[in-house]
Structure formats: structure tokens, C-alpha cells
Write a protein that binds this ligand. Structure first.
Ligand SMILES: O=C(O)CCC(=O)C(=O)O
Ligand SMILES: [Fe+2]
Length: 383
């Protein structure tokens, strides 16, 4: 029987306490691959040692700083910049085609109206310029939004099916997956090896003031590890312990969240790419108005994601906390020059890139210990 009472959730104690360790990785200069020194039996005289710093939090968050050797990190960042540049050019072409189509439509409308009176022509001209201004505004606001490129299977929330012919994860990204495998196998205490094989990569580009609304990645179709690799600007990721109101918003039909103008009924802002997996069960995206200081209490916390760091979410943090990035230009971070006093300083954001890795399972059944926020177990309850 699924337990659906919040009082019955067994939260870990001191969720934000952590331990730190150094992991030495042997890099074989021959095959250009990372392998953990503890698991590598090769004694390669050409190999070099790379040190990663691993922080393991009580709640299931693992942050690995200095994940890739410097040169590999730089190569990856340049490759991603190229990909997004190409995407931008393609998007611009598409936009241009659309505009041309629109212009042609306006011209043919104009021709049709040629014989009508002067006033009508004037009106049609003003409509034309209005359409152009709208297009300009739209493309301007688009440039400040997060952009994404998807590889591997994708879930189509409209049809409830996996995308046909997914674009395979390219080799240069597969290399990062290979580099994280020893860590995932170590963390996989249930020996569900299949669950640890990431098969989906989402590349994202964050312009300076952009972010991603708080959400819990859907339980049923993604496995127990959600992983994000950071490149470019340092940013703070915000975490919030889920509560009943979050569950309500996750599983309410969309219409309940908005008033007749399409605006939200209550003070909480929800932007959602809400989706239906059989019933009205979805990916949650909530923006709450929480003050942006670094830490309020143990139910809200911000963690620095530095460039070249890997953020692994599993257990409580993956299934029962929201994660997101606030849309803002600066973050408050601890002053590394003054470790004695817990002083915070302002860090200015620059452009950021990330790769989210997931293992997709379209027939997924989730047996997590957090049924309140679990679409899979909520479905069972409704049967
Ligand atoms: O950009 C990131 O680091 C996180 C992205 C994320 O949460 C997601 O894609 O679900
Ligand atoms: Fe996410």
C-alpha cells in the first residue's frame, strides 16, 4: 500500500551536512579516456593524475568539482559554443523564412485590397508595421531565453510516446558519460547497472540573466540519477524541500492553476511545460518568491555550481526536492579569501552552458520513498 501522508516521509537528518574527499583519476594519454585510479589496473607510464574534489551531502546531492582535466573541459566548452552558434544561425534562417512568408501574405492581402478605399489601405499598412514590431519584440525576448539542444530519446508529452529516430548522443558527449560511469556504479547501491547508463543528453545555453524554474524531474520516465555538468559561468542552483502544495501543483490539471486571463490564481508563479503521462501528471516547474540570500533554513538552500563541476542528484534530493536556477544577474557566494567568517560576496554571472544527463525509461515504474511527488505511485493510487 502506498503511503501518501507527508508526516510519514522519513527525511534525512541535517540534509546539507557533507563530507569532502579527493578522487585521483588516472588519465591515459594514449586513449584520451578518464578512468578512476582505484579501478584501473594499467600501469601506464604515459599516464597523468587528475584530482577531482567530491562533496557528498546527506540528502543525496553529490558535487564533483574539477571534473574534467583542463584541456578536455576547454575542448568541450568550445564544441558546445559551436553547436549553439550553429543552432542560432539555423533558427535565424527559420525566422527569416517565417517573416518572408508573413510579408508575402501581407502583400497579397494588400493587392486584394488595392481597389478598396484609402482608409482601408492605411489600416492595412499600420497592421503590417504592427506585425513587424511584434516579430522584433518576440525575437529580442527570445535572445535572452535559455536554449536547448536534445540528444537521445525524448518524451513527447503531447502524444505520450518516445520520439522516433532520436538523434544519438554524439561521441564528444558520450566521452563525458564514460567519465562519470565509475562514480555512478559506486553510488548504485542497488546494483541496477542499467539504471546508471545515461542515454539522454540535453545541452542548454543560459544567457546572463536567465534561469530554469524550480522543478522535480518526472519520476516515472527518468531514472534515479539526474546529472548536470556545468560550463562557463558560476551560478547558484536553488533547492527546496517539496511540500504538499508542490504536490498539488504537480498533479493538478493545468486549468486549476490559472484564472480566466491565463494568469496564476495565487501568489506562487508556476511556469510549466506541464505534460500528461496518461493522466494529468507532469514535470513540475514552480517559481516561488523566496528572498535571494544564500540560505534561509534547511528547507531552502543554494549551492554553487562552478564551471567544470558535475552535479549528481539521487535519493531525497532527486525525488523530493525541487531544483532550479533563479533568473538574475548575480549570485551570493561564500568569500573564499575569508574562510573564518561566513562572509558572502556577490558574483556576477556570465554566460553559462550545461549538459543534463538522464536515463530515460518510457515504461518506468518508480518505487521511491516519496510517493507524494511520484507520478508513478500516484497513478497506482488512482486505479
Ligand atoms: O542547467 C542545469 O544545470 C540544470 C538543468 C535541469 O535541471 C534540467 O534540465 O532538468
Ligand atoms: Fe532538472
Amino acid at each position: 500500500m502506498v503511503n501518501n501522508r507527508i508526516e510519514d516521509i522519513k527525511w534525512v537528518e541535517n540534509p546539507w551536512n557533507y563530507s569532502t574527499r579527493i578522487n585521483q583519476v588516472t588519465i591515459s594519454n594514449d586513449n584520451d579516456n578518464l578512468s578512476s585510479s582505484s579501478s584501473s589496473s594499467e600501469d601506464n607510464s604515459k599516464s597523468t593524475i587528475h584530482e577531482q574534489i567530491i562533496k557528498t551531502y546527506n540528502n543525496g546531492l553529490i558535487i564533483i568539482d574539477n571534473f574534467l582535466p583542463e584541456d578536455e573541459y576547454e575542448k568541450l566548452l568550445n564544441k558546445m559554443k559551436e553547436e549553439f552558434k550553429e543552432k542560432e544561425e539555423k533558427d535565424k534562417e527559420k525566422e527569416k523564412d517565417k517573416e518572408e512568408e508573413l510579408d508575402n501574405l501581407e502583400i497579397s492581402k494588400y493587392k486584394q485590397n488595392q481597389n478598396q478605399n484609402f482608409n482601408q489601405n492605411l489600416e492595412s499598412n499600420s497592421n503590417q508595421s504592427k506585425t513587424k514590431t511584434e516579430t522584433e519584440i518576440k525575437s529580442k525576448s527570445k535572445s535572452s531565453c535559455r536554449k536547448a539542444i536534445h540528444y537521445g530519446p525524448k518524451y513527447d508529452y503531447k502524444t505520450n510516446h518516445a520520439t522516433l529516430n532520436p538523434i544519438p548522443v554524439p561521441k564528444y558527449i558520450q566521452h563525458v558519460i564514460n567519465s562519470m560511469n565509475t562514480h555512478l556504479l559506486e553510488l548504485d547501491t542497488e546494483n541496477e547497472e542499467e539504471n546508471s547508463k545515461m542515454n539522454q543528453a540535453t545541452l542548454q545555453f543560459y544567457p546572463i540573466k536567465s534561469g530554469i524554474p524550480p522543478h522535480i524531474d518526472t519520476h516515472s520516465c527518468f531514472s534515479k540519477f539526474i546529472i548536470s555538468f556545468s560550463l562557463g559561468s558560476l551560478i547558484n542552483m536553488s533547492f527546496q524541500k517539496a511540500n504538499l502544495s508542490i504536490a498539488e501543483k504537480m498533479f493538478s490539471p493545468r486549468r486549476c492553476l490559472t484564472n480566466s486571463n491565463g494568469n496564476l490564481e495565487n501568489s506562487t508563479t508556476i511556469t510549466t511545460t506541464t505534460t500528461t503521462i496518461n493522466k494529468e501528471i507532469s514535470n513540475l516547474k514552480i517559481e516561488e518568491s523566496i528572498p535571494s540570500n544564500n540560505q534561509i533554513d534547511s528547507t531552502y538552500f543554494e549551492i554553487q555550481l562552478k564551471s567544470n563541476s558535475l552535479c549528481i542528484m539521487t535519493n531525497e534530493i532527486r525525488f523530493a526536492w525541487t531544483h532550479g536556477i533563479k533568473s538574475r544577474a548575480t549570485d551570493l557566494i561564500p568569500n573564499s579569501n575569508n574562510k573564518e567568517e561566513e562572509e558572502l560576496i556577490t558574483s556576477k554571472r556570465k554566460e553559462r552552458f550545461s549538459i543534463t544527463f538522464r536515463k530515460v525509461d518510457f515504461n518506468g515504474i518508480c518505487n521511491c520513498k516519496y510517493p507524494i511527488w511520484c507520478d508513478s505511485q500516484q497513478q497506482q493510487l488512482q486505479k
